[in-house]
Design a protein around this ligand. Structure first.
Ligand SMILES: [Zn+2]
Length: 160
C-alpha cells in the first residue's frame, strides 16, 4: 500500500471525524450500534456532492419512540436585523427505534432516503415526494437498500 492520500482516504478520515463530532444525538452511541454502522455505510457510498451537503448541514438524532422510521426536519431562518444577513440552514434527521429493529440493509435504505429528502424537499403531493425521494437514493446506488426498506412496509402503514 502506498501512503498517498487518495480521495477515498480523505473521505474515510472525514467520516471518522463526522461520527465523532457533536452531530449525532444523543452523544456516545457505540460504533457497533446498528444506526452508526448503517450511517457509516451511507456516508461511504454517497456521491461526493451529496456527501458534502451532509457534512455541511445535516445533524442526526436517534429517538426511542415507535411512530415511524425516520423524518427529515429542515430548519431555515434568516436572522434580522443585522448588517449582514445571517442565514441558518440546517437539517435534523431523526431516526426512530422502529427503524433500528430492521435489518442493516433496510436501515441504510431509510438513512439514504432521509438524506434524499434534503434535496427533494416536501412539496405538496406526499406520495409522489416519497417516490421521487426513493428514486434519488436509488440513483445514488442504494437500490437494494431502498427495496429492503420498502419490503418492510408491506407489514405496516404510514410513510416516512
Ligand atoms: Zn420520506
Amino acid at each position: 500500500m502506498d501512503d498517498i492520500l487518495s480521495e477515498e482516504n480523505i473521505r474515510t478520515d472525514a467520516i471518522a471525524y463526522y461520527l465523532e463530532a457533536e452531530r449525532i444525538y444523543p452523544p456516545g452511541i457505540p460504533f457497533d450500534h446498528p444506526f452508526i454502522k448503517a450511517l457509516k455505510e451511507v456516508l461511504e457510498r454517497l456521491p461526493d456532492d451529496i456527501y458534502y451537503i451532509v457534512e455541511d448541514k445535516i445533524w442526526f438524532t436517534v429517538e426511542d419512540i415507535e411512530t415511524m422510521y425516520g423524518i427529515n426536519v429542515p430548519f431555515k431562518q434568516t436572522c434580522l436585523p443585522s448588517e449582514e444577513r445571517i442565514e441558518i440552514d440546517i437539517v435534523n434527521i431523526i431516526i426512530f427505534s422502529e427503524c433500528l429493529r430492521l435489518e442493516h440493509k433496510a436501515i441504510v435504505g431509510v438513512i439514504s432516503h432521509e438524506i434524499a429528502h434534503t434535496i427533494v424537499g416536501y412539496p405538496k403531493d406526499p406520495l409522489s415526494v416519497e417516490r421521487l425521494t426513493d428514486e434519488l437514493a436509488i440513483k445514488w446506488g442504494f437500490k437494494a437498500e431502498i427495496d429492503a426498506k420498502e419490503a418492510t412496509k408491506v407489514k405496516r402503514q404510514g410513510y416516512s
